[in-house]
Design a protein around this ligand. Structure first.
Ligand SMILES: Cc1cc2nc3c(=O)[nH]c(=O)nc-3n(C[C@H](O)[C@H](O)[C@H](O)COP(=O)(O)O)c2cc1C
Length: 255
């Protein structure tokens, strides 16, 4: 098995260490792609890629796809920075309309997330950003594994190794690993209170306060995304129809 580990932290610390540990445990080949070493420009919101055209931006995003396509397993192993994913991982996520032509092939691959956080009270919502990064590639995560580790090396404390071993076993068996506090449908860890229920912020399933599913949501599932990209393509017609009205609104403020 060939694992591609995507990481978004500059230091040689827990994220890289955990990826190496998992690969060794599984006797797998490992390719580490550190997004902080790549050139990733902001999306220009031209939507050309959703119409089958090449992205006009000349940077490393296509290189990321070439690496993803070579892999059997995509492991996001990265850190929490300011309660969220690290900025470079979000920069990559923002370019992922470009995943559309690759989604079908990538959806046949497996993937998982390990995320590191230094402080329990600052764990935040980055688990979801990483979960979404796999989903927009078309990959359903097998697991989202939180690891409490601040100093570089703490990924491999006795307690954390037990968690990494659980993940390695899930990868070996290709079995889903749902942890306490995660949405049973999409493994999200962030919920919104709505009409006396909890709503998952990723898939929009409705849940009881002990996370039993009341109504299953499908937002950001593979099929939902294919439909969503169709909706976005429809916005082109809408924009052409409303172009002059919208231009007048922008002109008022010189935009
Ligand atoms: C700029 C920066 C911001 C951070 N923000 C958070 C945070 O919001 N919450 C948290 O729990 N840990 C935070 N941390 C700690 C890291 O998540 C933690 O040290 C992690 O193990 C780093 O992973 P690495 O060793 O792979 O780089 C932050 C670290 C840095 C450098």
């Amino acid at each position: 098995m060939k694992i591609l580990a995507l990481t978004g932290t500059k230091r040689k610390g827990n994220s890289i260490l955990a990826a190496k540990y998992i690969a060794k445990k599984l006797n797998a080949e490992l390719d580490i792609l550190n997004v902080t070493e790549l050139k990733i420009e902001p999306c220009k919101a031209c939507y050309a890629c959703l119409f089958g055209q090449e992205c006009m931006i000349d940077d490393d995003v296509n290189f990321v796809f070439s690496k993803l396509l070579e892999a059997d397993f995509v492991l996001i192993s990265s850190a929490i920075y300011w309660l969220d994913a690290t900025g470079m991982m979000k920069a990559l996520l923002d370019r992922m309309f470009m995943a559309l032509p690759h989604m079908k092939e990538l959806s046949r691959k497996k993937g998982a997330v390990i995320y590191f956080y230094g402080f329990e009270e600052l764990r935040g919502w980055g688990a979801n950003t990483y979960n979404i990064l796999l989903r927009v590639l078309g990959i359903e995560p097998l697991a989202i594994l939180p690891i409490h580790a601040a100093l570089p090396g703490e990924a491999l404390t006795e307690e954390n190794v037990k968690k990494l071993d659980l993940l390695a076993e899930a990868i070996r068996k290709e079995e889903r690993l749902k942890l306490d506090g995660q949405c049973p449908v999409c493994l999200s860890e962030v919920f919104r209170a709505k009409e006396g229920k909890l709503e998952c912020t990723v898939c929009r399933s409705k849940l009881t306060d002990d996370l039993q599913v009341v109504e299953t949501g499908d937002v950001l599932s593979y099929d939902w995304m294919v439909k969503h990209y169709g909706v976005l393509r429809g916005f082109k017609e809408k924009f052409i129809e409303q172009r002059e009205v919208l231009a007048r609104l922008r002109e008022k403020y010189g935009v």
